[in-house]
Each structure stands twice: as structure tokens, then as C-alpha cells.
Design a protein around this ligand. Structure first.
Ligand code: ADP
Ligand code: MG
Length: 179
């Protein structure tokens, strides 16, 4: 299917493989191939793009509520950016792969958001815009090689998203894209 690909849902618990302990937590989304028809035919592997997340107001990284409409005509509210409805856009790198529990027909989708969060956000609404493909899914004999590859995937994703043309227009991005 042509890029960008989209998927969305609420963040669910994953397999508890301890990704967080490795410094690379992944926010899992349910894979529903009726809502996301492209997912059954897309290659297993690593992808990059943007994650738009609506954190609950109680979350420490939740954006402040928008200011009330100004009563002062002399200082109108800036209108350059559309309302975000509480969603914040973050760069992300993600894996789409087979879940062996489901006989290799249903896939798992997990997103590592390139941002340091101060609390978990299970249950939060997350919308993904997948901009491109990094590499196919690989097998590893050791954890160190796996972690090294994921860290390089993060670098590739940041560089790709920083290139002209990839930045989302009309929305504020939560962090500087560098590295
Ligand atoms: P699980 O197996 O339940 O997916 P993980 O160890 O992969 O557990 O941790 C994922 C959870 O960590 C996410 O659901 C989210 O709530 C939280 N989290 C915190 N920071 C991040 C981040 N930068 N990217 C993705 N998830 C994060
Ligand atoms: Mg996970």
C-alpha cells in the first residue's frame, strides 16, 4: 500500500517482554485487520512516522488546556495552528510483526515513541501516520545485538523525519528532531 499508512487505537498491554527495562518501551496497539486492511499484507519489520497521542489530563506530560477565548479584541488569539483536541504529535519508530500466538496470520504493532515520558499511558488514544520503512524483521542470537539495532533504528527514524517534506504541517511537534 502507498505511504503514508494509518492506524489508530488505544494503547494496550503487550507481552511483558521487558522492553521498558531495556530502555525501549513499546506502546502496543490492537491489530484489527478490518479497520486496518493494509496490515495483513505489509512486510514485517521496522517503520517510522508520527504518533499523535491524547494523554489524559492527569498524565504528567499532558499539554496544558487551551486558554479561554480572549475578551480583548485588541489581542486576538493566534489562529495559525488548528485546535489539537488534546493530541500531541511525537516522532516514532515501530515494529509490525507476526505474533506466533496467532498462527502467523495476525500481527502485532508496537510503537517506541521518541520522547521521554514521565509516566505510562496505557489506554491513551494513539493515531499513527507511518511515513516509511526502515528494515525487515530480523532474528537475533543475543539481546545486545537486538538493542544495538533498535537504537540505530531510532537514529534512522529521526534522520528520516527531519528531512524536508516529512514534518507534519499545521501542528506543533513535541520535541526537536535531531540526532
Ligand atoms: P508492554 O509489554 O505492556 O507493551 P513495555 O515494556 O513495552 O510493556 O512498555 C510499554 C508502555 O510504556 C507503553 O504502553 C506506555 O504506556 C509506556 N511508555 C513510556 N514511555 C514510552 C515511550 N517512549 N514509547 C512507548 N511507550 C512508552
Ligand atoms: Mg510493548
Amino acid at each position: 500500500d502507498p505511504y503514508p499508512l494509518h492506524m489508530s487505537g488505544r494503547v494496550i498491554s503487550g507481552f511483558g517482554r521487558g522492553s521498558k527495562e531495556l530502555g525501549i518501551p513499546t506502546a502496543n496497539l490492537p491489530v484489527d485487520d478490518t479497520q486496518t486492511p493494509w496490515i495483513s499484507s505489509t512486510p514485517s519489520g521496522v517503520y517510522f512516522g508520527w504518533a499523535s497521542i491524547r494523554l489524559p489530563p492527569s498524565h504528567p506530560d499532558s499539554p496544558p488546556p487551551p486558554p479561554p477565548p480572549s475578551q480583548n479584541e485588541a489581542t486576538p488569539t493566534p489562529t495559525a495552528l488548528p485546535p489539537t483536541n488534546g493530541f500531541t504529535v511525537y516522532p516514532m519508530v515501530m515494529s509490525i510483526g507476526y505474533n506466533p500466538f496467532y498462527k502467523n496470520t495476525v500481527r502485532s504493532a508496537e510503537v517506541h515513541v521518541l520522547h521521554k515520558f514521565h509516566a505510562d499511558f496505557y489506554g491513551a488514544e494513539m493515531r499513527l501516520l507511518i511515513a516509511g520503512y526502515v528494515r525487515k524483521e530480523l532474528d537475533y542470537s543475543g539481546l545486545e545485538a537486538l538493542i544495538a539495532d533498535i537504537n540505530f533504528d531510532c537514529v534512522v527514524a529521526r534522520r528520516s523525519l527531519a528531512r524536508d517534506g516529512w514534518a507534519p504541517r499545521g501542528v506543533e511537534v513535541a520535541v526537536e528532531i535531531d540526532g
